[in-house]
Design a binder for this molecule. Structure first.
Ligand SMILES: O=P(O)(O)O[C@H]1O[C@H](CO)[C@@H](O)[C@H]1O
Ligand SMILES: O=c1cc[nH]c(=O)[nH]1
Length: 290
């Protein structure tokens, strides 16, 4: 059996995992991930009760029950680099024995659902709507550090690479899918099914210009125009690709629920972001117990 060294599986003095500061009993098998630490309470305000409140850095966790269902809500902060930490540590909490430092023989599969804000790049997906990501493309390089070829949709990768003709020093985009059973459970006439682009930044990587010019002025339009096997890229944010990819590799089920706060094709921004996020939260909670 492989005994994980103190430098690899890092535990705090109270037996909690390094960054999340959580012990195995602190988390439920259904996890809601949000970027913003202040969004955690926006979700747990609807809970029957909250039993755990723990925060370290940007990782704020609350666990409680919603209509009898035990759920943990955890903030990830911004970016796929943080998702690397959150997904590995969540998996360790359920699939590694912290006492023996060995991987458990029996694996636990978590349901991991992100509720985030995002910008639409298709004019027909308006602000204040909800997009459920069935696919995601990562423009970060995170998945390429893992043996991840099997979870990547290679035909989509190749079609996208050809279409975008990305600058050779950028990492190659990787396409990954949500868990199909969660997509089916969360789909309804109230939402759009989407293909979400996760970017390494909010400005140039999403085609935004304030003072600095872009290397490729057409990138956002090229993303919006990409179409393969009937799927178009619908919206941009900064975490979903890594959540889908790492979840698939680790045997967890993942989904992403996007509150659309900007429409990059029309130049619109929501007039009430809090309401847009609350709609996505209430939609997700209802679907979880349905
Ligand atoms: O609202 P959250 O969940 O943070 O998500 C989006 O908002 C942040 C950028 O403003 C990025 O994290 C992006 O993915
Ligand atoms: O346009 C947007 C809006 C929210 N979050 C993003 O990353 N991009």
């Amino acid at each position: 059996m492989n005994h994980l060294a103190a430098s690899e599986l890092i535990l705090n003095n109270d037996g909690s995992i390094y960054h999340l500061n959580l012990r195995p009993e602190h988390i439920a098998e259904t996890i809601l991930l949000v970027g913003d630490q202040n969004r955690v309470e926006k979700i747990t305000q609807y809970f029957d009760e909250v039993e755990v409140v723990i925060q370290k850095r940007e990782f704020h966790t609350q666990t409680g029950t919603y209509r009898g269902k035990r759920i943990s809500v955890i903030s990830t902060g911004i970016g796929t680099d943080n998702i690397d930490i959150v997904l590995n540590e969540l998996d360790a909490l359920v699939n590694i024995d912290f006492g023996s430092r060995e991987i458990k023989k029996q694996n636990t599969s978590l349901n991991i659902i992100r509720i985030g804000t995002s910008g639409s790049i298709q004019k027909e997906i308006p602000v204040d709507s909800i997009v459920i990501s069935e696919l995601a493309v990562g423009f970060d390089s995170l998945l390429h550090f893992y043996q991840s070829d099997e979870v990547q949709l290679q035909d989509f990768n190749e079609a996208l690479e050809q279409h975008l003709n990305t600058y050779s020093r950028n990492s190659k985009p990787y396409v990954v899918a949500a868990d199909a059973s969660l997509v089916e459970k969360f789909n309804s006439p109230e939402v759009y099914l989407g293909f979400t682009g996760s970017n390494v930044g909010f400005y140039a990587p999403q085609g935004r210009v304030l003072r600095l010019p872009l290397r490729d002025d057409n990138m956002k339009d090229k993303l919006a125009q990409f179409s393969f096997k009937g799927k178009k890229i619908t919206n941009l944010e900064m975490e979903t690709s890594a959540i889908f990819g790492l979840s698939k590799m680790l045997g967890h089920k993942a989904l992403s629920v996007n509150a659309i706060i900007a429409n990059r094709a029309t130049g619109n921004f929501t007039k009430d972001g809090a309401q847009a996020v609350d709609n996505a939260i209430r939609y997700t909670l209802e679907k979880l117990i349905s």
